[in-house]
Ligand binder design. Structure first.
Ligand SMILES: *Cc1c(COP(=O)(O)O)cnc(C)c1O
Length: 384
């Protein structure tokens, strides 16, 4: 039986990991070393220098590739460093088409770093793919998408986007951080590069910062490995070890994230103080059908607004939680809440923000894997 035929949970535990050849250790050791002794000039065991490749990182790169049905994986010091390496595939004069609804840090690296290097970014509403087609010209090289989006959980049609990208000979990169490979595999839908902030669900325990890129195409992968080695934004072996450990429960955690997400979304929808609930599992969600086509479940991220939309009241509610804690980030075992209008999206002008639903009373949950009953009781008392 080939490892490719294995189901997700089996791959999460076994893919990429072999017993250590030197000792038989079942867990990949933390190869905390910068260099590797060579037997003779030009003769080594596959590792020369840890920037180029380290055995602990190598095991993780293989594991992540397997989970995304990819051939190649590359890890970076952060999710943003992974995106940075994709942008280094481009040169001055090239153009990128991306979404209006991006992770804030992605928006910043595009506009505050790479525009200065002569790369042009078009921000379009990807709900309607004709907006993407309209911006394509001979300089276009990359389409960059993210789905579900933050914080209003829009779903972008990846198959449709991939068809456009293929027809025009472009590279399609997809940030799969919110969905994880448990819920969605963009490469199978036609993307060329999948990116993860490993910091979130893949690590899963809020104890590391890391990024990754997964690819099927050898040509693109070779360029990415060249950039990884020559610009050096790699993670250390200890962090790779922690993610290898985290991955072993990814499928179990995701099942609970989804189950808790569903219960909380349904509870919020019935609550008299709640105005809108953003969760792709509801039939009224504008992209519910696309979510059903490309995702296996709806995940643990959701947002909601309060009736009356009063910032003071929202603040009072946010301060009243006892289990949900106020913090940036997401995807860990513990439930977090954030306030997009003053945190992740504070830099976006108020009218632009409100046009996409990010009103003052919008609260985003990263639903953890605690007992749903306790989480719902916490929401009940905070809203009261
Ligand atoms: C967190 C995040 C990033 C950035 O990743 P870091 O690991 O923080 O550098 C990119 N995209 C999304 C969707 C994220 O949530």
């Amino acid at each position: 039986m080939g490892k490719k035929d294995l189901k997700f949970g089996t791959k999460a535990i076994h893919a990429g990991v072999e017993p250590d050849s030197a000792t038989g250790a079942i867990m990949t050791p933390v190869y905390q070393t910068s260099t590797f002794v060579q037997d003779k000039v030009g003769q080594h065991k596959g590792y020369e220098y840890s920037r180029t490749l380290n055995p602990t990182r190598h095991a993780l790169e293989k594991a992540l590739a397997a989970l995304e049905n990819a051939e190649y994986g590359a890890c970076f010091g952060s999710g943003i460093a992974a995106i940075d390496s994709v942008l280094k595939l481009l040169k001055a004069g090239d153009e990128v088409i991306t979404s209006v609804d991006l992770y804030g840090g992605t928006y910043r690296i595009f506009t505050e770093v790479y525009e200065d290097f002569g790369i042009k970014f078009h921000f379009v509403d990807m709900d309607d793919l004709s907006n993407v087609e309209e911006k394509i010209n001979t300089k276009t090289k990359l389409i960059w998408s993210e789905t579900p989006t933050n914080p209003v959980l829009s779903i972008i049609d990846l198959k449709g986007l991939a068809a456009i990208s293929k027809r025009e000979g472009l590279i399609l990169g997809v940030d799969n951080t919110f969905a994880t490979p448990f819920l969605q595999n963009p490469l199978d839908l036609g993307a060329d590069i999948v990116m993860h902030s490993v910091t979130k669900y893949l690590g899963g325990h809020s104890d590391i910062v890391m990024g990754a890129l997964m690819m099927k195409d050898k040509n693109i992968a070779e360029k990415i490995y060249h950039i990884q080695n020559n610009t050096g934004a790699i993670p250390g072996p200890m962090d790779c070890f922690l993610v290898l450990r985290g991955l072993k429960t990814l499928h179990l955690r995701m099942e609970r994230h989804c189950e808790n997400g569903r219960k909380i979304a349904e509870f919020l929808r019935e609550h008299p103080k709640v105005d809108k609930v953003y969760w792709p599992g509801f039939e009224y969600h504008p992209n519910h059908e696309i979510a059903n086509q490309q995702m296996r479940d709806y995940g643990g991220m959701l947002s909601f607004s309060l009736k009356g939309n009063d910032l003071k009241e929202a603040n009072k509610v946010m301060e009243s939680f006892e289990i949900f804690t106020l913090a940036e980030s997401l995807g860990g075992v513990e439930s977090l809440l954030s306030h997009p209008a003053t945190m992740s999206h504070a830099g976006v002008p108020k009218d632009e923000r409100e046009a996409v639903g990010i009103v003052d009373s919008l609260i985003r949950f990263s639903v953890g894997v605690e007992d749903a009953e306790d989480l719902i009781n916490d929401i009940k008392q905070a809203l009261a």
